[in-house]
Every structure is written in structure tokens, then in C-alpha cells.
Design a protein around this ligand. Structure first.
Ligand SMILES: [Zn+2]
Length: 113
């Protein structure tokens, strides 16, 4: 389960940031998870308590914001939602699309004390 490693990284980064700001404790961490990031939000949630044990994040709330994936067609300019990485434009069927959102996996903000 690679969410365990990801959760450990989130905890480490958040704890380092909190220490830099001389925080005594982290109250909550908000993480953005794109629908194409390959990460299951429920699994992050599941791992968080174990990973945060004994750190400044112990007892903190993990808030997960899901980001829906969307892309823009480079041929007709249409923006459309997508549920997989390889998608064609629903309007002109072009495969020349750029991903606008969906691969996010990052700490958006944290609340410290
Ligand atoms: Zn198009």
C-alpha cells in the first residue's frame, strides 16, 4: 500500500514546517488529492493516525480536498472533465489535450499552534 509512504511524507513535511515556525503542535493539515494522483483518500486517512503518532501531528485532523481532473483541448479550446489520463476531446475527438488539474498531491495548508 503506497499510501503509507505518502502519508509518512506528508507527516514529515508538515512536522518540518511546523518546527520551522516553532509550533508546539499541528492542529490540522489540508491535503489536495487529484483524482488522477493514484492515491485513495480513504487510505491516507487510514494511515494518518498511525503515521502521526509521536509527532507534532499527533491528534491533528487530516482534511482531504479532492480535485476533479480536467483537461483542455489544444485544438478547439474546450475544457472538459476526465476520469483517466489518456482522453480525447469530447467535441472534436482530438488527442492533443493538456491536463489542467487532477494530479495534485500536496499539502495545501496547515493549522499550527
Ligand atoms: Zn477539441
Amino acid at each position: 500500500m503506497h499510501e503509507l509512504g505518502i502519508t509518512q511524507s506528508i507527516v514529515e513535511i508538515a512536522e518540518r514546517t511546523a518546527r520551522e515556525q516553532h509550533a508546539a503542535k499541528v492542529l490540522s493539515v489540508t491535503v489536495e488529492v487529484g483524482s488522477l494522483s493514484g492515491v485513495v483518500p480513504e487510505a491516507l486517512d487510514f494511515c494518518f493516525e498511525a503515521c502521526s503518532n509521536g509527532t507534532l501531528l499527533e491528534g491533528a485532523q487530516l482534511l482531504i480536498e479532492r480535485i476533479a481532473a480536467c483537461a483542455r483541448c489544444l485544438d478547439c479550446g474546450r475544457e472538459f472533465p476526465l476520469d483517466q489520463l489518456l482522453a480525447c476531446c469530447p467535441v472534436c475527438d482530438s488527442a492533443a489535450c493538456e491536463l489542467l488539474a487532477g494530479e495534485e498531491l500536496r499539502i495545501k495548508e496547515m493549522e499550527i499552534d
